[in-house]
Write a new protein. Sequence first.
Length: 121
Amino acid sequence: MNASGNPAPSVNSLPPTGHPRVVHHVFFWLKHPDSKEDLARLLEGIRGLKAIETVRGLHVGVPASTEKRAVVDNSYSASEILYFDDLAGQAAYQVHPLHQRFVDTCSHLWAKVVVYDTVSA
């Protein structure tokens, strides 16, 4: 029970209705990591993805200046986290013209991309 006397939520419970259940986390390594112009172009392109209808939320980030530890990888240039209601929404995003245009116009900027897709457990 929590402080208000309600049962504590289960660690394995699904998120409430309406809460995005699919997370698409992408890390980008720029070909020219010291280029502020390339980073600005990439971040602008990523931010444009929020206009896709199935995207429920977007977080755009760059590596934080956190403590250096063996488990922390801050070698990437930028990342995006996109939230979707379901796998169908994520699949629609992949083929959406705005996503395709982003890949076409920005892929020359990056040397490497790593994607982690997760669903709520």
